[in-house]
Design a protein around this ligand. Sequence first.
Ligand code: ZN
Length: 175
Amino acid sequence: MDNVSSCLRNNDYINAIAAVCHVNAVFGGENRIEFNTTKYHQLTNATLMKVCYHCKNETSSQDVRIRHLMLPFIESVLYKNKFRDCWDCPKCKKLNYLDVTDFVQETFTTPRYLGVVPEPPKIQYGIVGRKDFEMQARNWIRLALDEISFSLGVERREYVPVSDRDEMIDDDDND
Ligand SMILES: [Zn+2]
């Protein structure tokens, strides 16, 4: 972590990104955060809430299943499609059409950790490219460090000193 801050102080974003990757690589399996742009966008999209037209309740997009409703002839002509996507509100059980559904972003009272951040930005050449890169790098580093410090907390809680582990084994033997 010291290495990350010293690189940032020198505006050395390339090495700051490398240092963040290095800190992350030291982690064990499940606590290591993943650099995956597609997965990150999928996870953050999943926090979109669908608003029911009838009861106005909000439902997480993950909790609703989209159905393809076959339309009566007149409507199918009107929509130029035999089917219309719809979903059932889990609260009032009424049918909503996806194309007219309102979405709201789910708000979290506490920070939420995903274990995934986008892939680190790549250096672009030219003055404008460089400025964009620096901004992207600062944003990415902030995001990655948030995730990493959360992961560090998890790692510390899960860590059982070797001496304690021996005691636990002894207890089992006594049973
Ligand atoms: Zn409803």
